[in-house]
Each structure stands twice: as C-alpha cells, then as structure tokens.
Ligand binder design. Structure first.
Ligand code: URP
Ligand code: ZN
Ligand code: ZN
Length: 465
C-alpha cells in the first residue's frame, strides 16, 4: 500500500460543487489521492472539520506607496496574516510609474515579494501611462505569467486613464489573450464634487463617501462594459461596492458578455454609518469606492449567491491611523478628507467573515463559499487546477477548517501590522485550524508555524472559465 508523506483523515472535503467525507493524501507538495483508508507517514485527524482548497485573494496591495503614505503591511507581515486567515495565494498589484516600462514595475514588485512572502504570489500590472511601446509590453507580460491589467477610471492625475487609452489597452488585451481589471468610478465627476465640498468648508472623513456617489460607480461600470464590449475583451470589475453597479454586470452577463466582478468583505459587513463614528474614526473606513448606505449589502449578498458576483477578494490596503515606524498614515487627512490615504486592512479576516456572515448566516452555501474565495478566482486568474481545487495533481494548499471554533476579531490578536481593525470586537464562528501550502503546514492547530520566504512566484495563464 502506498504511504503518502501526509494524510489528512476523516474530514469533509468541500469543493465548489460537492462535499464528501474522505482522506487526502499529500506527496511531494501535491495532492496525490482523495480516497478512503489512505496511509501516511504523518496523519492529521480532521474528523468534524472541513477540508477547503487554500484561499486565493486576487486583490491585495502590499508594500504599496499611495497618497503620500506606504501601506503598513509588506509582503512579510501581509502574507503571514493571510496564511493565518486561511489564504495560501495572493495576486498583488505591481504599479507602473508614469513614463517607465512595465518591466520596471514588475522588477520592483519581485524585489518587494521575493524571500519575504510566506504564501504563493502572482502579480497584476497597474498601467498608468500607455503609449504604443508600452502597449506592446503588455503582450510580453501575458507571456511571462502576468495576464491581467488594472486600469483606473478614477484618481485623476495619479492613476486615471481617459477612455481612448482604456480602449487601446482593451484592444491590445483582446489580442494578447489577457483580461482587463477595472476600477470603475467616474473620476472627473468625483473631483468636481470633492472641490465643491472643500470649498464649502467640509473636512470630515464622511465627505469622502458623500463625494463618491453610487451613480459615479454605476455610470463608470456601464461605460467600462460598453468599452469592453466594443473591444471584444473580457473584463473583471474590482472592488464592486454599489448594488447599482452590480446590476450593470448582471445585465451584461445576461447578454452573454464575458464580464465578471468581485466584491469585498467591507462592502458586505460595513456601511456608510461607519463614517459617522465620532472624531476622526471614520477615516478607518476611507476607501474607494466608499462604503454604501445600509441595505446595499443585502443586494451584494444576493448577487454573490446568484453569480452576478463571482469572487470575494479583500483589496487589502492597510494604512495605520497614526504615524507608525516613520510611515505616515490616515492622519495625513486630519484637516482634509481628500488627503486620507484610501484603503483598509482585511487580508487576514476574509474567510472568517465570509464563512460566518455567509454560510452561518444562511446567505450562501458552503460550496459557494469555496467557489467565491478559491475556485472561481483560480479559474478567472489562470491558476486552476494548480490552485483552487482539492484533486490529485493540484498543489496541496489545504485549509482544515473548524466550523465550531469561536473567535473575536481584534487588531491586537491579528498578524496584520496595522493599528486598528475595521471589524474590532466582531464575534465569528468558524476558523482555520491547519493551513497547508504545497504540503507544508503554515498554521498548526490554530498557531502560526510558517516562515517568511516559503512562498513562490506563480506564473499565471489566461483565464480558464
Ligand atoms: O481605497 C482603495 N481601494 N485603495 C486601494 C487602491 C485601489 O483602488 O484598489
Ligand atoms: Zn481600485
Ligand atoms: Zn485595490
């Protein structure tokens, strides 16, 4: 009888489509067998637990300079936190400096991640400045395992591209087989609203949300879909927050267009009310698009359940409230809401929140939970079946999930290097007990066991769904 390196015995293997009690045999870092009565040199008893494919977070910003600050988490702390929360792969965004070749951005992000990342990682490319030469460089990136490009319709003067540049990038991407990731907000309209609010003497964090209306997101989403349809390119809308924007995606999909979208836990669990917290606390929730009025989140949950939304990522972009280790934080915007660095932490808490609010809350099934946190992102972003699956031949990225474990979310006990948590004090049930990356335990019995640098760069293929 074959003896595997490790066998996880008696757990319920949960995939995007099925749940079945089985042993999982691991050999050479790969899943070698899913069956009954498997023998292993090491055995881990998972009776009463779920075996999930490792979480895949396709939207993170680690070691990212933005709005005069740099994110609190680098690849070491960010991926350590991710592992503790059951995520074994991330796709982070390399950012083209205007005027630079795309390859320089990629080199910079390889330097940031190499030797530091605890989990496997890949990159998207944020394109900020595209001439004919740069457009050709996009083809090279696709060949080199970076088949996705984020473009911005917001942040004029920083990231925003005009419609003609977006359209050119879309045509190039149609031809090279990649996919466009789009930040959909009407940057011009928002800029006018921000200037008017400031001229009216408004300074508080809530004005961030009041100057970025739902319609600015829905209009940009509609325009992006029209541009992508004319170009004949697949598009994935990132960090979708507004139910009205989701309706645009749904309508496009019903017309048979290859349009996809993710939402993030912050849009499912938080709301505009968080901007009304006393003092400067609303700054903790300043992100773009902003949190929406209560009621919007139930539209997103329904969209997740019915496949108008395909993925839940985090858009992890952590800035401390206070200056930390010389790094300025949200305080930069104390006197001016438009200077608050945009972004919030979440890489560690995605599965905890989604399992509790989604599965325990009766809003999505256990299999759908696996789909939106692992399998669908793997397929859409060219990682499947190496990642996102529990089947022979896949990487042994496995989370042993204890559905009964109770946990209270708190900044103090998290591994993210940020001085607050947007969900502070929230009680959840269900947490990772063991987390394996290519057969190595990063988390053992709920305790961190991994080392920085165990993650590898993963070259991705164009999407496979
Ligand atoms: O507020 C956000 N989302 N910060 C990160 C940058 C982006 O647009 O994803
Ligand atoms: Zn964005
Ligand atoms: Zn982002």
């Amino acid at each position: 009888m074959r003896v595997f390196d490790t066998v996880i015995t008696g757990g319920t293997v949960v995939t995007a489509s099925d749940s079945v009690v089985a042993d999982v045999g691991i050999a050479g870092g790969k899943i070698a067998a899913v069956g009954l009565d498997l023998e292993g040199a090491e055995k881990i008893d998972a009776r009463g637990k779920y075996l999930l494919p490792g979480g895949i977070d396709v939207h993170t910003h680690l070691d990212m300079p933005f709005m005069g600050a740099t994110t609190a988490d680098d690849f070491e702390s960010g991926t350590t936190a991710a592992a503790c929360g059951g995520t074994t792969s991330i796709i982070d965004f390399a950012i083209q400096v205007k005027g630079d070749p795309l390859s320089r951005a990629l080199d910079t992000w390889h330097e940031k991640a190499g030797g530091k990342s605890m989990i496997d990682y890949a990159f998207h490319m944020i394109c900020t400045d595209l001439n004919d030469q740069r457009l050709k460089e996009m083809d090279k990136l696709v060949d080199g395992g970076i088949p996705t490009f984020k473009l911005f319709m917001a942040y004029p003067g920083i990231f925003m591209l005009d419609d003609a540049s977006i359209f050119r990038a879309m045509l190039q991407t149609r031809d090279n087989g990649g996919m466009i990731c789009m930040h959909c907000e009407n940057g011009g309209v928002i800029d006018v609203l921000v200037q008017r609010a400031k001229a009216g003497g408004h300074k508080e964090p809530k004005w961030h949300a009041l100057t970025r209306p739902m319609t600015a997101e829905a209009e940009a989403t509609r325009r992006a879909i029209a541009l992508a349809e004319m170009a004949g390119v697949p598009m994935y809308v990132v960090h979708l927050s507004a139910g009205d924007a989701m309706d645009e995606i749904r309508a496009a999909r019903e017309r048979g267009l290859p349009m996809y979208a993710e939402t993030c836990p912050q849009y499912l669990f938080l709301s505009y009310d968080d901007y009304e917290r006393p003092g400067f606390d609303g700054a903790k929730y300043v992100m773009s698009p902003p949190l929406r009025p209560k009621g919007n989140e139930e539209r997103l949950w329904r969209g997740l359940a019915t496949n108008s939304l395909q993925v839940v990522s985090t858009d992890h972009c952590s800035f401390c409230m206070k200056v930390e280790g010389g790094k300025p934080g949200k305080e930069l915007g104390k006197e001016d809401f438009s200077k608050i660095p945009n972004g919030a932490p979440g890489i560690e808490t995605r599965l905890l929140l989604l399992y509790d609010g989604g599965v325990n809350g009766g809003r999505i099934s256990l299999n759908r939970f696996v789909d939106v946190t692992s399998t669908a992102p793997a397929k859409l972003f060219g990682l499947y079946p190496r990642k996102g699956a529990i089947q022979p031949g896949s990487d042994a990225d496995i989370v042993v999930w204890d559905p009964k474990k109770k946990h209270t979310i708190a900044a103090k006990t998290c591994h993210m290097k940020v001085d607050y948590n947007p969900y502070e004090g929230r009680k959840v049930t269900g947490a990772p007990e063991w987390v394996f990356l290519r057969g190595k335990a990063l988390v053992k019995g709920g305790k961190l066991a991994g080392k920085a640098g165990s993650g590898e760069f993963v070259k991705r293929k164009p999407r496979s769904s």
